[in-house]
Design a protein around this ligand. Structure first.
Ligand code: BGC
Length: 271
């Protein structure tokens, strides 16, 4: 199935188009079946704790257990919290270094007896989902999603097409890596008020907007649930809206990546 033969937003009432996504995070490995017509989960998501240490083998076992829970036998998408090119992990900012160089796509496919697997960055997955079904759904142009958590993840999407592996969390802003300056973990660690923290977030947003001039920022991560407390305090120029899909965005984006050509090789259909 490709984007060009697959309208993803048909009229209400169309039969569900099912796909499967798994989101690997620091504390949990979550999976679910996604209706690609609506971007909603079909049934509940299933979550297992991320094994510790979170080695590639241990996490692959957990991914397999999540897949088994649903009895899913087709292709699937999986997120990873770092850079992934051609199915191979390139960075491990907030996970075990032993991930670097792992051909995670092949490792998971083998473990699943050949079920085709697409692996992509966690923020890229969330960005795809938000842009298509969530806070960016009526937005043309360049949408940048930033997730604020332990680190800062980023996604850049232009009219439905993802530019993968942007890593704005690691760009230097005012002499410090953006995620060391403004991740929500920094707020917690320093016991900052929202007002104090948004001074740092504003600096990061301005650095990004000066570099690529997005039309919209979507802010995600757990702290976006309290968006009304801090988004109005931001002083950058581009409009900022909170993410809407909450903790299903990674699963939904992973499922999209498994089923559609979502990166720059083929424009995704928005019909
Ligand atoms: C990683 C990104 C990831 C983000 C959120 C950053 O430290 O470099 O790839 O998207 O954390 O997990």
């Amino acid at each position: 199935m490709t984007a060009t033969d697959s309208p993803v937003t048909p009229a209400d009432g169309a039969p569900a188009r099912r796909a499967f996504g798994i989101d690997i995070g620091g504390s949990g490995v979550k999976g679910g079946i996604v209706d690609l017509n609506t971007g909603r989960l079909i049934g509940d998501r299933y979550k297992l704790p991320t094994p510790q240490p979170a080695t590639p083998d241990a996490v692959t076992e957990t991914v397999a257990a999540v897949v088994r829970e649903f009895g899913w036998t087709g292709r699937l998408g999986v997120t990873y919290p770092g850079v992934v090119t051609g199915g191979v992990v390139r960075t491990a900012a907030n996970v075990d270094d032993s991930w670097i160089g792992t051909d995670v796509r092949t490792v998971i496919e083998r473990r699943l007896d050949g079920q085709p697997v697409t692996v992509l960055n966690d923020a890229d997955a969330a960005g795809l989902a938000e842009e298509r079904y969530g806070a960016g759904r009526d937005q043309d142009g360049v949408v940048v999603l930033l997730t604020f958590g332990t680190g800062i993840g980023s996604a850049v999407i232009h009219n439905g097409v993802l530019l993968p592996n942007t890593e704005f969390g690691h760009v230097e802003v005012d002499g410090m890596e953006a995620e060391h300056r403004a991740a929500s973990s920094v707020k917690e660690r320093n016991d900052w008020s929202y007002k104090r923290w948004t001074v740092e977030v504003t600096k990061v947003l301005i650095a990004v907007e000066n570099a690529i001039w997005p039309d919209l920022f979507i802010v995600g991560g757990g702290i976006s649930r309290k968006a009304e407390k801090w988004v109005p305090l931001l002083k950058n120029r581009t409009p900022v809206v909170p993410a809407e899909l909450r903790n299903s965005a990674g699963i939904v984006g992973a499922a999209m990546a498994a089923e559609f050509d979502v990166t720059a090789t083929a424009p995704a259909s928005r019909s």
